[in-house]
Design a protein around this ligand. Structure first.
Ligand code: C2E
Ligand code: MG
Ligand code: MG
Ligand code: MG
Length: 286
């Protein structure tokens, strides 16, 4: 088989770049089988209110359980899925699976919103709007319980189209956010023109927030801008209590990161939500 030959040749050459290229081709081939073989799973990471410490939302993060390689991280295979055009199908699976899970949670009395990450290709036409609408109807969900995360680069690809699509999604009532905020090149004037609900501060600014003065200024500025634009603001990648205290002081609304919880399978989220009691407010005051 071609795949086996490729693998042997790679060993024979013993060349770093060749090996990487072969690895990528193998991964990409395996990716075609991943949906039919049901190798994908969604994990969910809590987003917690800085104000009252309640679990407000969970972000769906895709995991690929590769038959030989174990779990492959999305940063490794989402770009391949985008290149090969598989991302639309995978993205539809993610949306449907997250909505189905959300229905299960809400029926069980968990007051959660679910956030789903999007890739550029999913938004290329208005069909995406129809897809979201049908998904919400299929699972009898309130639109505001579904959040869609877009990056600046996705929005800036086709600005006019993005504005039209986002306006329709906003009229439907879904929650719209910008992911990895601060790493892209969106102009601030577009921020005002887009019907956004939330900015998510990229975790690269949060990491050294307590030691790097520049990062502290960036976080504080994004938070105060969001507050002024009446947008909610979420900090990603919060790993330590000191970071949370600073973010609270700056007026951040939600936080997400290993400090509270890693991304977990759905059943673990159910258990965590039920067993969790928000701590008293003094934990959150500075
Ligand atoms: P993202 O949307 O910015 O997701 C946050 C990433 O940060 C996740 O990585 C999460 O596990 C990680 N993270 C959370 N808390 C912490 C922390 O305290 N410290 C550190 N160091 N990392 C933290 P993950 O799950 O590997 O996902 C990586 C990226 O892959 C996501 O970044 C998103 O852009 C993309 N992705 C994930 N799932 C999907 C999906 O279903 N569709 C699409 N299109 N992209 C996805
Ligand atoms: Mg995200
Ligand atoms: Mg809205
Ligand atoms: Mg992010």
């Amino acid at each position: 088989r071609a795949k086996a030959n490729g693998g042997n040749r790679c060993q024979f050459y013993n060349h770093h770049l060749d090996r990487e290229a072969v690895e990528r081709i193998e991964l990409r081939n395996a990716l075609y089988q991943a949906l039919p073989n049901q190798e994908f799973e969604l994990h969910y990471q809590p987003q917690v209110s800085v104000h009252d410490a309640r679990i407000t939302c969970v972000e769906a993060l895709i995991r690929w359980h590769h038959p030989d390689k174990g779990t492959v991280a999305p940063d490794c295979f989402i770009p391949l899925a985008e290149e090969s055009g598989l991302i639309k199908e995978i993205g539809s699976w993610v949306l449907d699976t997250a909505c189905q899970q959300l229905k299960t949670w809400r029926q069980a009395g968990l007051d959660l919103r679910v956030a789903v990450n999007l890739s550029a290709a999913q938004l290329d036409d208005m069909a995406f709007y129809q897809q979201v609408k049908e998904c919400l109807e299929r699972y009898e969900l309130q639109p505001r319980h579904l959040e869609l995360e877009l990056t600046e680069s996705i929005l800036m690809r086709h600005v006019d189209h993005s504005i039209r699509l986002l306006n329709k999604l906003d009229q439907l009532g879904v929650h719209l956010s910008i992911d990895d905020f601060g790493t892209g090149y969106s102009s601030l004037s577009y921020l005002k023109r887009l019907p956004l609900d939330t900015l998510k501060i990229d975790r690269s600014f949060v990491r050294d927030l307590c030691t790097d003065q520049d990062d502290a200024v960036i976080c504080r500025t994004i938070i105060s801008m969001a507050n002024n634009l009446k947008l909610s603001v979420t900090a990603e990648g919060v790993e330590r209590a000191e970071q949370l205290h600073k973010l609270a002081e700056f007026g951040c609304d939600l936080y997400q990161g290993y400090l509270f919880s890693r991304p977990l399978p759905a059943s673990d989220i159910t258990r965590l939500y039920r067993e969790y009691t928000p701590p008293e407010n003094e934990h959150y005051t500075i």
